[in-house]
Design a protein around this ligand. Sequence first.
Ligand code: DGT
Ligand code: MG
Length: 363
Amino acid sequence: HVTVTVEPSLQVAPYACQRRTPLDHPNPALVMALETLAEAALFAGEEARGLAFTRAASVLRCLPRALQGTHELSGLPCIGGHSHRVLQEVLEDGVCAEVEAVKQSERYQTMKLFTQIFGVGVRTADCWYREGLRSLGDLQSHGTRLTRQQQAGVECFEDLAVPVGRAEAEGLACLVLDAAARLLPSASVTLAGGFRRGKPHGHDVDLLLSHPEEGREVGLLGPLVAWLEEQGLLLYQHSQHSSYTTTAEPSSSCGPLDRFERCFTILRLVLPATGTGVRAWRAVRLDLVVVPHSQLPFALLGWTGSRHFERELRRFARHEREMVLNSHGLYNMRQGTFLPASSEEEIFQHLGLDYIPPTLRNA
Ligand code: DGT
Ligand code: MG
């Protein structure tokens, strides 16, 4: 008797927000190859091409088992010709020559270095690259003008390159909650971002501040930041006032930016005591976002990510439901009304989507 094992065919829904995508998945080499090309395309200012690779990578991220061969790709959505060739090469040879060349290139490595600086985007990094700058030392020796934010980013570069651990993030959330609750009893603090999706590490800590009584959250951020400053914990901060208004046209096209009052900081994370002569702190990035209670489910959904999951939610809302979703609310364009929600589950219901819990939003 010969036993033939036939793997069930792979079925994948077209939008990432219709799929369950865990953090760990069985196709890391394939995903990494496509995500490298996505990143390189963004570094080249080719956003549409970058998005195409990101979409293909995201499809592979949700597969329940390792891809057996390119014959399985034909049934999958979002795999264009270029992605197909890359995947074929990795499946057959273990590596893709184009991806390896990108990774070795001076352009990719320099753009990766510069965009890793807090406050430096693709455009600035590209300008510096064209000026012939290649390292952090070059920025200094060429007397490159830096914003206050970039200056702090360069000064703390090595610390900020160290991932923040989950326990450290939870420790910071507790610190902020204690301070917030002293200033405003019943204030709440929620750890969002990658940690909420179950990631063990992050590049920053994203905290949402709120209060169960709408409006009470106003005026909390200033004193909270002042307290962090008094404790000697603030290495850098810049704040942004709330600019949200219900009379403004709801928009999902301005990307992930929202209009909450918020503070971007670099904080001194106090480390457990070690031997003498060892510095007792490390710089970490912390974002504080102030959210009115009625918008909390939307802000939570918007700030949990992944970035691609968010982008797909907004695209699904607009193209499949004629709705506009952002971190403030959900707007039905046909009815001209906002759809309130008291939980993330309700937002998925409004959109006619199966609920995807945070740990399965790693698209
Ligand atoms: P990480 O920190 O590298 O481990 O990864 P994430 O997933 O925490 O990414 P991060 O911290 O850049 O952003 C967290 C989520 O919040 C991400 O899905 C996108 C969203 N987000 C980031 N910045 C903004 C913003 O300015 N407005 C809104 N609405 N969302 C944002
Ligand atoms: Mg984060």
